[in-house]
Design a protein around this ligand. Structure first.
Ligand code: F3S
Length: 289
């Protein structure tokens, strides 16, 4: 069984930058929510003094680290009002989407955000749009929208390109003037394209990353949509040899929040499984002397 790793698998520049900022920040430091959607990395950082907190209420003094998903403007104001030192690791791609949301809202446009309404990045974008945005997660939801003379679309940075295209196609007949800002980040687009390319060439795909990571789940879904059986695992220990029985080629990719060491462990385990699922040798027959 041969194991192939997709291009652009694992940490993107935004996540690498956030982890670096956390590592070099004076400790202790509180991170507003787990720094990235990967429990193994969050655990490692906690051991170094990076404490995840659910809200600013839990931080009375010291430093607060803003993760790559960004936060609503009100949270930054509250942190400043409390006198906290802000270490802002908002990804520059997310920052661009926030600035667009703010600018489009100030022009009085109806804003559609394509994304997961529960995701922290999207909740932040709604606030940057001064609460004037509607969140749409699929083309089917466009049916409930009325006709409009003018709308602007922005998109969660880690959404699949296909979702944006489908929502835009559904909006066109309902909107006289439609402004589309493709805020999907380059890293996501490249990672998804490379994963799909590899999925089409292998027998089984393994997607590595936190189950709470939206971009990892999207990646697994895109691979599955190619028709290739796809397994989403968080770590090497979850791999099962029976998944690979009869497979000649296995592809591996990882979400934006999956560190290289976890991907390497998965590859090593696959190579190990590959040895153990080889045809058993015919037992040697004893020869009488
Ligand atoms: Fe930024 Fe894209 Fe990563 S938005 S955090 S570079 S997935």
């Amino acid at each position: 069984m041969d194991v192939f790793v997709a291009d652009y698998a694992g940490f993107c520049s935004g996540v690498a930058r956030a982890v670096k900022k956390a590592e070099i920040a004076p400790k202790p430091v509180a991170s507003l929510g787990p720094l990235i959607h990967n429990p193994q990395v969050v655990e490692k950082l906690a051991a170094q003094g990076v404490r995840p907190v659910a809200s600013l209420e839990e931080v009375e003094e010291g430093r607060i680290l803003i993760r790559s998903h960004g936060v609503p403007p009100q949270v930054l104001e509250q942190a400043r009002a409390k006198g906290l030192e802000i270490i802002d690791a908002t990804c520059p791609f997310v920052r661009r989407a926030q600035e667009l949301a703010q600018e489009l809202a100030s022009q009085g446009l109806e804003i559609i955000i394509v994304g997961d309404p529960e995701h922290a990045e999207v909740r932040g974008l709604v606030e940057w749009a001064q609460g004037k945005a509607k969140v749409i997660s699929s083309a089917a939801e466009v049916e409930n929208l009325p006709q409009s003379s003018r709308r602007a679309v922005i998109v969660q940075t880690t959404q699949p390109q296909e979702t944006l295209q489908a929502v835009v196609a559904a909006l066109l007949p309902k909107t006289a003037e439609l402004w589309v800002y493709n805020t999907i980040c380059e890293a996501t687009r490249r990672r998804q394209e490379a994963a799909v390319r590899l999925a089409r060439q292998v027998d089984i795909m393994v997607v590595v990353g936190g189950r709470n990571s939206a971009n990892t789940r999207h990646l697994a879904e895109l691979c599955r949509n190619t028709g290739t059986p796809t397994y989403h695992v968080e770590k090497a220990g979850e791999l099962r040899s029976e998944w690979f029985a009869g497979a000649q080629k296995v592809g591996v990719t990882g979400g934006a929040s999956t560190p290289a060491w976890i991907i390497e462990e998965v590859v090593k385990m696959l190579q190990h499984l590959s040895e153990s699922i080889k045809e058993p040798k015919t037992p040697e027959v004893g020869v009488e002397r």
